[in-house]
Design a protein around this ligand. Structure first.
Ligand code: HEM
Length: 154
């Protein structure tokens, strides 16, 4: 059953990510617009931080992608910036994202769809690890999906 949910969610993400669009203000939109209490559903800033730590735990266990992070990344910095970034994506107003744009941060890495999907898998595993609800987890996936376009360059 879990796999059925996952397949549906992945299909949704891939469809959404194939056609990103931008509002007039330049902010990336999600389909459907993300719930106003998405950050709260995620357990607030602390929930986001826990999830991001889990995300990097699973990323670093995955031989398809861990070498990229070992060579080009800085895990402590990325956990910090991803925690800020996800809070903003989930509608948090009290935090400012201080890192590079998704396009600038990933432009030299020649990231493939397969590598992107490996990060999505790590994202789902981290949701399971902290027992996040399916709804909250899928809100996060929907919020991040439009950035696929900027991150995958190969
Ligand atoms: C939705 C998916 C992703 C999000 C939200 C995301 C988010 C971020 C953020 C916030 C940063 C920090 C930017 C900065 O240092 O100013 C970053 C950097 C980085 N990301 Fe991603 N990322 C995603 C996917 C990926 C994928 C698929 C890979 C590789 C398999 C990857 C590899 C890296 C690496 C190596 C860096 C460090 C680059 C550097 O410091 O020069 N990311 N990412």
């Amino acid at each position: 059953m879990k796999h059925v949910f996952r397949t549906i969610a992945m299909t949704f993400v891939l469809c959404v990510a194939a056609s990103p669009s931008f509002s007039e203000s330049g902010k990336t939109k999600t389909y459907p617009p993300i719930d106003s209490d998405a950050l709260e559903q995620f357990g607030g800033p602390e929930g986001v931080r826990n999830w991001v730590e889990g995300l990097f735990y699973y990323i670093m266990l995955d031989n398809r992608i861990n070498h990229v992070f070992r060579e080009f990344g800085n895990i402590e910095r990325q956990i910090f910036l991803n925690t800020q970034f996800l809070q903003v994506v989930l509608g948090g107003n009290d935090v400012e994202y201080q890192g590079a744009s998704m396009a600038a941060a990933h432009s030299d890495l020649a990231i493939t769809v397969t590598q992107f999907n490996a990060v999505v898998e790590a994202a789902y595993n981290s949701c399971e690890r902290i027992q996040l609800t399916y709804e909250a987890c899928n809100l996060m996936i929907a919020g991040l999906a439009p950035y696929k376009h900027a991150i995958v360059t190969r």
